[in-house]
Design a protein around this ligand. Structure first.
Ligand code: GLN
Length: 311
C-alpha cells in the first residue's frame, strides 16, 4: 500500500495539468495548485499516507456528508420529504430544477439540497450550537479535537455567495427553509470552511466503512444509504464518470478534496486543489482511478485472484 501511494503521489507531481483552482471563493483563489496528498485508513486500523497528507485544506462540500448524517440523526426519514435522492445532472450550484420541482432539491449533495440539510440540523438551535454539534461529530469520527473552521474562508464565501443566497431565497419561497436565509447561509458557509488534512479526513470517513472497530456513529442502514448517495450524486454532473472510472462512492469538494469509501475495506482521502470541468479535483480523480486500478477495489466485484496485489 505504501509503495502504491508513493507511486500515485509521484505521478501527480509529474503531471503538468493540475486543473484550475476555484476562484469564486476569493480566499481559496490563492491556493498553490502544486499540492497533492493522499491517505488511506484501513479497516484494521493501519493508516498509510503520501504527499502533502498532513496539510489542512478547506473540505467544502465534503462536509455535506457529515451534515447529512447529522440531519438524519435529527429527523430520520422525514428529511426525504424536503430533499430528493436522484442525481441532478447539473452543476453543484444550479438553480434550474428547483422551479420545475417545486423547491425540492434533487439530492443532499448539490448546494440547494445541502442548504436544506443545514436548515434541518440547525432547527431549534443557534448557528453556534449547530456548528458545535457538527464539529463534535467530525472530531468524534476522526478522534481528533483539533479540527476547526477557517473564519476567513467562511467570511469570504458569505461576502460573495450570491448564488447560494439565491438558492436559499428560492427554497424559502417554496416554504422549504425553516430558519432565515441569513442564518442558514451563515451556518452553511462555516460548515464548508472546516479544514482537515487527508489523514484526518480519511480517519473521519471510517464511520462509513462496514467493519468492526469503526466509529459507530450511524446505523448500518444509514451508512449504506449515505454511501449510495455518494456513488450516485457525490460528484454532481461528474458522478457517472467518477463511478465509471473509480467504482467506489466518493464525495468531492471545491477545495480539491475527495473522500472515497471502499465499503468493507477502507476510507480514503485525496486532495489536490486544481479542479476539472465538473468542479471536482482533477488530480484527485486521476489518483483514485490509478488507486482503483492497482488495488482492484470496486463495489462492483473483486478482481481475479482475490483482493488485489497491494492489499
Ligand atoms: N461552499 C461551496 C459552495 O457552496 C461548496 C461547493 C463545493 O464544494 N462543490 O459553493
Amino acid at each position: 500500500m505504501q509503495e502504491l501511494l508513493t507511486e500515485i503521489a509521484e505521478a501527480a507531481a509529474a503531471n503538468p495539468d493540475k486543473g484550475n483552482v476555484a476562484t469564486y471563493i476569493p480566499e481559496l483563489a490563492g491556493i498553490d495548485p502544486n499540492q497533492f496528498g493522499i491517505a488511506v485508513a484501513l479497516a484494521d486500523g493501519r493508516v498509510f499516507t503520501a504527499g502533502n497528507a498532513d496539510v489542512p485544506f478547506s473540505i467544502q462540500s465534503v462536509s455535506k456528508i457529515f451534515a447529512l448524517a447529522l440531519a438524519l440523526g435529527r429527523v430520520g426519514d422525514q428529511l426525504w420529504y424536503r430533499v430528493g435522492r436522484e442525481p441532478s445532472g447539473l452543476s453543484f450550484d444550479s438553480i434550474l430544477l428547483l422551479e420545475r420541482e417545486d423547491g425540492i432539491p434533487r439530492n443532499p449533495f448539490i448546494n440547494a439540497g445541502a442548504l436544506v440539510t443545514t436548515d434541518t440540523y440547525l432547527a431549534g438551535s443557534t448557528p453556534r450550537e449547530a456548528l458545535g454539534e457538527l464539529l463534535r461529530f467530525i472530531r468524534a469520527a476522526c478522534d481528533d479535537d483539533s479540527i476547526h473552521m477557517n473564519e476567513k474562508v467562511a467570511k469570504s464565501e458569505l461576502a460573495t455567495g450570491h448564488r447560494n443566497f439565491s438558492l436559499a431565497h428560492y427554497l424559502a419561497s417554496y416554504g422549504n427553509l425553516r430558519a432565515s436565509v441569513d442564518k442558514v447561509l451563515g451556518t452553511y458557509c462555516h460548515q464548508c470552511a472546516i479544514e482537515m488534512s487527508c489523514r484526518q479526513l480519511a480517519l473521519a470517513g471510517r464511520f462509513l466503512v462496514d467493519a468492526p472497530r469503526m466509529p459507530g456513529l450511524v446505523s448500518i442502514e444509514r451508512r449504506r444509504r449515505i454511501n449510495a448517495l455518494m456513488m450516485t450524486c457525490g460528484h454532481y454532473d461528474g458522478s457517472g464518470d467518477f463511478a465509471f472510472r473509480v467504482g467506489m462512492p466518493g464525495k468531492s469538494g471545491v477545495g480539491g478534496g475527495i473522500l472515497v469509501i471502499s465499503p468493507s475495506r477502507a476510507s480514503i482521502a485525496v486532495w489536490s486543489p486544481g479542479l476539472n470541468k465538473y468542479g471536482n479535483s482533477k488530480l484527485g480523480t486521476e489518483a483514485m482511478e490509478h488507486f482503483a486500478h492497482k488495488t482492484g477495489w470496486s463495489v462492483f466485484g473483486v478482481p481475479h485472484g482475490g483482493e488485489g496485489a497491494h492489499v
